[in-house]
Design a protein around this ligand. Sequence first.
Ligand SMILES: [Zn+2]
Length: 485
Amino acid sequence: MAENKKEEVVSAALKAEEKLKSQWWILDTEGELHKIEEFNFKGRDNLRKFAGYEVDKDRTVHQEPPHVTMMKALELVDYEPASDPGNMRYYPKGRMIKALLEEYVSREVGKYGGMEVETPIMYNLNHPTLANYLNRFPARQYTIESDDDKYFLRFAACFGQFLMAHDATISYKNLPFKIYELTRYSFRREQKGELTGLRRLRSFTMPDVHAMCRDLPQAKEEFMVRFKMSADVLDGIGIHNADYELGVRLTEEFWQNNKDFVVNLVKTHGKPVLVEMWRERIFYFILKWERNFVDNLDKASALSTDQIDVENGERYDIKFMEEDGTTKHPLILHCSPSGAIERDIYALLEKAAFDMKVGKRPTLPLWLAPTQVRVIPVSQDYLGVADKAAAEIEAAKIRVDVDNRDESVSKKIRDSEKEWIPYTIVIGEKESGKEKLPVRIRETGKLVEYSPSDLSAEIKGVVGDKPWRPLPMPRYMQQRPKFSG
Ligand SMILES: [Zn+2]
């Protein structure tokens, strides 16, 4: 009898392990599944690296990725020794870049139809629904005490939005019900050995748009809309299809019943993807994808993502009224179109490091460059002319500054290069009183003559309708403190 019982426990454990066991595949655009070891990765280095990283599951970091040096040298972001690791400080230029990204992503989600809300950052650990939800998430949380209660800091925007949806009156006519929040911050106590620069943090800014859907057909339709929206959002940030690899995770049952749908996702993506398949559903979702960036240390990180959640509509008792008057629980899609904003900055800097490897000058996308144009007078005598040119360019909502320091021209040009400034204009006797000014273009390394209005038009043409913010520091270099680097 005792022996039998022991045997049962062992087999139950084995069964659980079997359930957890992932099957890994490469799915090509023709809909064919390949074993990873049999797939020809020729010309698909990043997919090979991503697959290796995922199957391996080693998240520890032994080396500092290049973006860490860059984020400090450019005076964007730095570690904050007085905080818990993985909580960063943002200097004015870094704050401006982050704010622009936040504004851009929120604006795009607004166009898609996401209703922006705001919810608390802490929740009661003993709230019955949340306690149950926390148990489905083995991630480690920050907890805090207030009076006799214990709270945890949110690790996503999900619960705040679900609790709100629980109390809302929703009809099938309101579906998909799209609700959005950009959390600043979400918190996850990631392992110390995994924290690096902007790649893996303990506090991060996460745009999160949920869509409550009527049934699986509606969820699939909406899923496709968001799949494309996320690609557009990343494109706008400056992260393109060639920069990321798609991971698709699903249950065997979903795959068997929805092959065409999944293959269509891969076709839209346009290149083979990594698939993780589970024999049984072990998470709350039946299908998930992420676009993963592979960095200079061959580490992969998820950027945008979406999921079809079949559990939380019921867990949070979110209800909608069907056409026939009955109430039902919706399916819930969880999407971050950009992924964590910090991770977008990480990806942009790591891309710049890749450019350096092949001899290109590193740059940031023009709309995110803290200074877009620098004007350098060769001496104080030409400060007035420099100011006039700067004012003309600035009037077109372009971030322009003036290097009025008592430094040599060569030193000023070097500093402009160190700051990755896209356009630099040196003004001396020859340029005084002239309509056209010689502009050094960082990307091409060429010197081209522009009038201030032509230069402004060219910059506006590249930047398009992206959000804008003014210069994050004083216009005169001499008035600027140095934060780091
Ligand atoms: Zn969510």
